[in-house]
Write a new protein. Structure first.
Length: 151
């Protein structure tokens, strides 16, 4: 199955950065050869572009989604084969890929939390003309003595 992509990888493009992030850098020439393209081991440039689009351009989230998708494929096709002195078990391969996916998604979430601009401000409301308004934090008990504007 061919996974065509730009060759050499262009690290100045979002697809190139994602390809380098996920480590899908091994390639073979396409059959028949096409100048500027190669057959990559896991993902095509189109698959990487769609992953970036679905992740709203977030490189780490796209990488996590790609590895989660790959884990699902391996979970569906996992096998355990044992003959005389040979044993092959690919059942846990999906679990390993899910851990990789989760690490990318956790890092993406941590970066989003670090750059979030949370804004919280307490603003006293203006009282009625000629009367002072008592302002107290929500959930605090009423004071024993009050200015009279709270009631």
């Amino acid at each position: 199955m061919a996974n065509p992509g730009a060759n050499p990888i262009d690290a100045s493009t979002p697809v190139g950065v994602l390809r380098l992030t996920v480590g899908d850098t091994e390639s073979q020439p396409l059959e028949p050869p096409v100048s500027g393209l190669a057959d990559y081991a896991v993902w095509s440039d189109d698959a990487l572009s769609v992953a970036l689009m679905n992740a709203a351009g977030n490189n780490l989230r796209a990488a996590g989604n790609l590895y989660r998708q790959l884990a699902a494929v391996y979970a569906q096709t996992g096998r355990s084969i044992k003959t005389d002195d040979l044993q092959l078990n690919t059942l846990s391969r999906g679990d390993s890929l899910l851990k990789v996916a989760q690490s990318f998604l956790d890092e993406a979430q941590a970066n989003e939390n670090a750059t979030a601009n949370d804004f919280f401000q307490i603003v006293p409301f203006a009282g009625r003309a000629g009367r002072q308004r008592c302002v107290r934090p929500e959930g605090t008990p009423m004071p024993l003595t009050c200015c009279g504007a709270c009631s």
